[in-house]
Ligand binder design. Sequence first.
Ligand code: PMP
Length: 401
Amino acid sequence: VFNTVPQAPPDVIFSLTAGYKADTDPNKVNVGVGAFRTDDLKPYVLPVVKKADTILFNNADLDHEYLPIAGTPSYTKAAARLILGENSPAIHENRVAAVQTISGTGSIHTGATFLSQFYKKSKKCYISKPTWANHRNVFALVGFEVEEYPYWNGEKRGLDYEAMLNTMREAPEGSIFILHACAHNPTGVDPTREQWQGIAEVMSEKHHFPFFDCAYQGFASGDLDNDAWAVRYFVEQGFELFVAQSFAKNFGLYGERAGNLTIVTKSSEETKRVFSQMEKLQRSEISNPPAYGSRIVDIVLNDPALYAEWKENLKYMSNRIIEMRKALFERLTALGTPGTWNHITDQIGMFSFTGLTASQVKVLKEKYHIYMTDNGRISMAGLSTKNIDYFAKAVDDVVRN
Ligand code: PMP
């Protein structure tokens, strides 16, 4: 039965981590994986999550029954409110549906599957070049023709804005565009507000469908509203859209798989129908979403004191990353490393696209035991006050030679 099944290639990120773990060099550095680490390079359990844990633990009424098919309403409502804003016109007009999903990936998958069934305008879906690898994987899996729109300009080390808009103009009417709501992965480059306005204008003219991927709200800038700006702007402009939300990074709930798909439609009547189909889809895919992570998020988002504390925890994480950006920039500048490095501090979120080439990345691994993806992307959370000097000197060496 299985003799024609070809071997699939190993996942790039997970095999990088395996290589790092197997490395016995005491100076080894892992800037491959996208998970937050403390300055001691340890995983971080948010203090507010620990408090919510205690609340759950002490709740004698808690059981392990199934959640509703579309998830716990207090959770999905709070998640939609978080991304769209308290005063969202779409929420007030009952044009928002939300479905609890298996983290961000599950949300993208649920949204993509729904579109593959009900979106009749186009079979083309555009992802940024480059993007997080799962965008292509998921959309291709459910039958979309996946195309790319220009995003990163290697020479400018920034956004290829005009080329991006041109591709949007040339794409067939009604194409689906996957947009990173904030903290673009892997480049760390986001459009400015003015550029988002330009993007919305072209997308509106061409009736394209925006599918936002929001994996870093609050984690990117430390400000939840700032990181939701683009999504809210599109809603204000009257777009119907999907937003895939992940609570992996901003709650540090990576393995708990807490996510949400927020859907904005044109009318409350449409919302009802879309939601009914989402429930039907969810039933056949996962039956019911997992409870634990969503309970933590639900508690925090619905308690003003805990919510305030969460914002402080977010500030700690985003500040540590911003500090590491500054520290790396200062060291490379002090070393006189050839090239310009201001993109390191201009970029935002977990990742920085350094501009290092695949052959430089290879030397960093072989000579310095520094692990990063071939595209030169580094996770800022893999750097600390303890390894930053070592890292900067290694980069300086490979850039010079
Ligand atoms: N989208 C992007 C761009 C991401 O970087 C991530 C996290 N790596 C996700 C979505 C969602 O990940 P998860 O399924 O762990 O929530």
